[in-house]
Design a protein around this ligand. Structure first.
Ligand SMILES: [Zn+2]
Length: 147
């Protein structure tokens, strides 16, 4: 549960994105046609109606697109449509896992670079002269006593 973003959510994401683009184009087209008609007041009323229709329709499409895309990206609960903190956590999991994975990778990289330089050498003290010898040496470097 929540490990993968479901196909439905991917579809919703792209559908929302499509609506946003469509709405944006529709909205922007009113400026283009307005500029093209500049100074031409024939059919003013019907043109104005068409502009308002496209501007409002475009904005509505854009708005709906943003919501649908948000649902697709973060799930119903994750995007705040459904108030369910536990479900929201599950639906956002792919994202938090992604962030967590990046932190983990960074930590492992840091450890790897530290590990090469800081190889731990175990030392032991000679029982008679207290000279510190490497663990694998058989005889004390100072007094020659068997360790
Ligand atoms: Zn010794």
């Amino acid at each position: 549960m929540g490990r993968h973003i479901s196909g439905e959510r991917k579809t919703a994401y792209y559908l929302g994105m499509g609506l946003m683009i469509l709405g944006g184009i529709l909205f922007a087209s009113t400026f283009v046609t307005f500029a093209m008609r500049f100074g031409d007041f024939s059919n003013f009323e019907s043109n104005a109606k068409s502009d308002v229709f496209r501007a409002v329709g475009g904005m509505a499409l854009l708005f709906v697109g943003v919501i649908i895309r948000g649902i697709g990206a973060r799930g119903l609960a994750g995007s705040g449509v459904v108030l369910n903190p536990e479900k929201a956590r599950q639906e956002l999991e792919p994202y938090s896992r992604m962030a967590g994975g990046m932190v983990k990778d960074a930590l492992e990289e840091a450890n790897a670079s530290l590990g090469t330089g800081a190889q731990k050498v175990v030392m032991i003290k000679c029982p008679s002269c207290r000279k510190v010898n490497e663990e694998d040496s058989k005889f004390c470097q100072e007094c020659g006593r068997e360790i």
